[in-house]
Design a binder for this molecule. Structure first.
Ligand SMILES: *Cc1c(COP(=O)(O)O)cnc(C)c1O
Length: 382
């Protein structure tokens, strides 16, 4: 399928008709076990934890969309990150973007560090800091670009060059942009991670996660974690993500266009401060965004005067829903300090630059004029 362009892959990779019935959609194989053909022989599947035909199709699609060697679907984005670090051992060192998804910090600090694995948070937007953090025991550099909610970029190719020179692998959480707008593997990454809950599914109706590897060893390792630890995605959820993927390129086009128009509107509004959106020329890393991304996405954040102003704004929105998460067809607005970063201490948040007035937007695919009217109306109430 590698000869096909992106939108074609989204519709067809892993999504060929059912060979038995001709059904054009991937069947949902609700079967825990599979009849064997003899002693030690089967038709490709024996037990659904180890492999399921619907999951196989999704995993094929994910590998194709990211240009990887194999795809692996997990029960959530967090389960995928847990699987990523499952094969590390006591004494190993991990370098992680400081501005990473707060759930990743919770997993690393409250669970993984208890295994004797050392996690070091580094400002990965600064390549010199990444270089300085590398040690002989560093096995993995885990990065997120753009970051949440400040939209700080990490130079993926730059980090890969530093890590590879020291024998470490690089994993990239590509959730914020989707495979349609950023290809970490093409930039040198070894492993790509997704919360499929967001743009891949795209309809806010299922939780899921994925890892895409580039080497046969990754496939072996992630298949073992799926089979041994068991946090696999159910066949029905796999079907939902496969269904979402078909329209992802189309959805992303609208997300992008709306994101750009909303960012332009906000950038001139007197009540909006410190707007973070890499598509604006005023973003300090706009040139890097142009270089390593295929678009700017539809995530952005900005500051209002304080917590009270943020509350009034969220309460006055009519179309935007005050909810966590992102990447669905509906536009969402959320208060970073009490949602995604609630588990981060106020002190750490302040150090990161996430104030009590910080609002994050995930721009959906509604009509852009309606979205702007809603934001304008709510800002008027601040
Ligand atoms: C949502 C999210 C996750 C976690 O994914 P879940 O599917 O909620 O477990 C990880 N990283 C990023 C960037 C996310 O937005």
């Amino acid at each position: 399928m590698a000869e096909y362009k992106y939108s074609t892959l989204a519709v067809h990779a892993g999504q060929h008709p059912c060979p038995l019935t001709g059904a054009v959609n991937v069947p949902v194989y609700l079967s825990s076990t599979f009849e064997l053909t003899g002693i030690g022989t089967d038709r490709g599947w024996d037990y659904s934890r180890a492999g399921n035909p619907t999951r196989d199709r999704l995993e094929t699609a994910l590998a194709a969309l990211e240009g990887g060697h194999s795809g692996h679907a997990f029960a959530s984005g967090m389960a995928a990150i847990y699987a990523l670090v499952a094969m590390l051992r006591a004494g190993d060192h991990v370098v992680c973007s400081r501005d990473v998804y707060a759930g990743t910090v919770r997993l690393f600090d409250q669970i993984v560090s208890g295994y004797g694995i050392e996690i070091e948070y580094v400002d990965t937007s600064d390549l010199k800091a990444v270089e300085a953090a590398m040690r002989p025991a560093t096995k993995l550099v885990h990065i997120e670009s753009p970051s949440n909610p400040l939209m700080i970029l990490t130079d993926i190719a730059g980090v890969c060059a530093i890590a590879h020179a020291r024998g470490a692998e690089v994993s990239v959480d590509n959730t914020f942009l989707s495979p349609a707008l950023q290809s970490p593997i093409a930039l040198g990454a070894d492993i790509v991670m997704h919360s499929t809950t967001k743009y891949l599914n795209g309809h806010s109706d299922g939780i899921g996660g994925a890892l895409i590897g580039t080497k046969p060893e990754h496939k072996e390792r992630f298949l073992l974690v799926q089979k041994a630890a068991g946090s696999i995605l159910s066949p029905f959820e796999c079907f939902l993500v496969l269904r979402g993927i078909k329209t992802m390129p189309l959805r992303i086009k609208q997300h992008e266009e709306n994101g750009r128009v909303v960012a332009e509107f906000l950038s001139t509004h007197p009540k909006v401060e410190k707007l973070a959106y890499p598509g604006l020329k005023s973003h300090p890393q706009h040139a890097l965004a142009v270089k390593q991304q295929k678009g700017f996405g539809s995530m952005m954040s900005f500051e209002l005067e304080g917590r009270e102003a943020a509350g009034r704004f969220l309460g006055a929105l009519k179309l935007f829903l005050n909810a966590e998460s992102l990447g669905g067809v509906e536009s969402l607005a959320s208060h970073s300090a009490t949602t995604t970063h609630a588990s981060v201490s106020a002190e750490t948040r302040a150090g990161m630059g996430i104030t009590e007035g910080r609002i994050r937007l995930s721009i959906g695919i509604e009509d852009k004029e309606d979205l702007i009217a809603d934001l304008d109306g709510a800002l008027g109430k601040v």
